[in-house]
Design a protein around this ligand. Structure first.
Ligand code: NAP
Length: 245
């Protein structure tokens, strides 16, 4: 059954209860978009739905069960009839000196399997529609391995998978766009560890992400000056990287 949304732009935000995605949802709501929001915390999801316009529907979704998450995504997309933009923001990560396998596995399940299940479902939807824009939040941490091995590796997967989907979209000749969003540090529960710098507020990060999506950028660093750090990280020899980070 489709929902009675006004004609106009429609966005699905996966992990809308995240600090960054919540700020993004507010921007799109203010601009008159219709929103399909997913999250695994029902209470926070309902709060967001209440706060935003009446053109918002919500769907519980836990990426740890990728098959169920995919089915939920498809059901939400069907309710919305068509979708212009899908933003995947949900993600997890742990810095734990003990490196417990359970936490590593949780990160891989959510950030790799869960992410890919939704990115693939979004791409399938856009290919059927003939147009669309997929964006997902990776991280600067995906450039090199670091103190959270599964997190860094999972974010490298996100960037690489998006690149593959962009390649596919380009070859299809259809107006399908793919944006990789790589934040540095943003002031949210995810920003853990010592030595944080250039920490942006979730609101500022959301404004810059929105701007990058408007411009259909292929890859955006958030905030913009993290491009410099990315450049250094890519160039540093391994021995220097081990000493410095
Ligand atoms: N903050 C940073 O410095 C930073 C830097 C680079 C990249 N990022 C990325 O930015 C994205 C948004 O994170 P944030 O910084 O806004 O932090 P956040 O507020 O802690 O948001 C993380 C979100 O992911 C959701 N999530 C975690 N595991 C999930 C699962 N299995 N299924 C569904 N949802 C799940 C959380 O849901 P619950 O609310 O239910 O826990 C929460 O909404 C993440 O992908 C993160 O890796 C953040």
């Amino acid at each position: 059954m489709s929902t009675r949304f006004p004609n106009g732009k429609r966005v699905i935000i996966v992990g809308a209860t995240s600090s960054i995605a919540g700020s993004l949802a507010r921007i799109y709501a203010q601009q008159g978009w219709s929103l399909g929001l997913t999250g695994r915390n029902e209470e926070r999801l309902k709060c967001l739905e209440k706060e935003l316009s009446s053109n918002t529907i919500t769907q519980l979704m836990d990426l740890d069960d990728s098959a169920l998450a995919r089915t939920s995504f498809e059901a939400l997309a069907e309710k919305m009839s068509y979708v212009d933009l899908v933003i995947i923001a949900a993600g997890t990560g742990h810095i734990d000196p003990e490196l417990p396998w359970e936490k590593e596995l949780e990160t891989i399940r959510t950030n790799v399997e869960g992410f890919a299940a939704i990115a693939h479902a979004a791409m399938t939807l856009f290919e059927r529609q003939g147009y669309g824009h997929l964006a997902a939040i990776s991280s600067i941490a995906g450039i090199r391995g670091g103190s959270a091995p599964a997190y860094c590796a999972s974010k490298a997967f996100v960037s690489n998978y998006l690149q593959g989907l962009r390649h596919r979209a380009y070859r299809s000749g259809k107006p399908i766009h793919v944006t990789d969003i790589s934040p540095g540090f943003v002031d949210t529960p995810m920003a853990q560890g010592d030595g944080l710098f250039w920490v942006a507020s979730p609101e500022k990060a959301a404004r810059q992400i929105h701007d990058a999506l408007e411009r259909r950028m292929m890859h955006a660093y958030i905030t913009r000056r993290w491009r410099l750090i990315a450049w250094i990280l890519k160039l540093l020899p391994e021995s220097a990287y081990l000493r410095l980070f």
